[in-house]
Design a binder for this molecule. Sequence first.
Ligand SMILES: Cc1ncc(COP(=O)(O)O)c(C=O)c1O
Length: 454
Amino acid sequence: MPLGEQISGAIRAAILDKRLAPGSRLPSWQDLATQLGVSRGTVKGAYERLADEALVVSAGAAGTRVSATPPRRAKASTVISEQPYSGLLPAFYSTPLPFQMGVPAQDAFPAKIWARHRTRAVRADAMASVGQIDPRGHPELRTQIASYLAIARGLQCDPDQVILTAGYRNGLAMVIRALALGGSKVWIEEPGYPFTKKGLELDGMELIPVPVDGEGIDVERGIRACKDAPLVVVTPGQQAPTGAAMSPSRRAALLGWAARSGAWIIEDDYLSELQLSGRAMPALASEPGGDRVIHIGSFGKTMSPALGLGFVIAPLELVGRLWEVATYLQPAPNTTTQLALAGFIADGHYLRHLRHMKALYSERRDALRKRLGDRITVEAMSGLAVMVKLPPTINDVALVRSVVPQGIAPMPLSIWWSDRAKMAPGLLLGVTNLRPKIVDAACATLEAAIASSN
Ligand SMILES: Cc1ncc(COP(=O)(O)O)c(C=O)c1O
């Protein structure tokens, strides 16, 4: 087929299928000709053919645009894609709904200060020498994270042990790759964070659910179930979802078992910096025997999930291996954002922001608890959420599916359990975005839904 016809054919198909939106701008003939390695006349001829068919309109110096009302044709195929946990979460990029978990208070984000640090970082990044980007992340941010962890989490590490990631899940993927444990057994908390379980399963690992009580994971039961598991994933600071801090004796038992058996412990520190009441426990990785602990942190819940930044603290034995994974498979994300965050932490804004957020979330949590009163039974304070119990006849997943379209997004508790026989229906009600003026309406919607499902 002549080149001009190939070009007009590809653009025609994209317009008819709406891959090129009505009114969108086509590249200039010169740019497209250079890109495709053909003469300008060839591209010009293709555009003229499309204009004759009324698919595009030429606006002289303003370029060529897809016409506002191009004809539509039936699509030959459609991409069928269903979001994991479909119906339980609001649409991507929508404003966070009341009770939604995992999104910090949007009304309290320090946007001005952050914008200033970002602008500075864009300038620094544009002028920087980019001959070689360190796949572990920018040294300025790795240094800031190491100092912050020493002060706030009691964790002493060298900046060379800090490897930047796109958040907790990305860190988990990096660690699984580095350990090359595909197909082995792994202890997970029961109940525990569903994304961790799915992530480990995707990598072919066999899950060994180990019960959690008021002291965290029950190490003795783990040893009885599978003594030789080479890996365990825990949330020792604040167990997700029960909120329990792992007790000193359990910490010692877990670290002792790992030292004896050579197992690795992944510490998901997602919630620990936002402990709303009581003293925050130090990181498990900071304890004697912490050289078996791989500590994973995320800025998703303290700053914003949109930042896409987190970190792994590599135990000395794994520094080289994790560096290799970062180099060959998973280099650190976006340098500009890293530099902005480094400046934000260095100037003291991060700890100040955490202090404000803790006060705000405590207020929002107390207001929710007060509003729920004895109408809905509060089971526990679960990190940045309130855990409530539902009558055993209610299907919590179906309940959540029915309330998301009504504008609230609690999380069903049952999906945090592996053993269906043990799970009791309940809900996790995130408090971070529960502004005072929406609490009452959100609770009324929830109460009505519970009453009609009962
Ligand atoms: C316990 C726990 N860990 C990790 C994450 C996810 O972190 P990220 O978004 O950084 O992957 C969440 C999110 O809600 C969580 O609850």
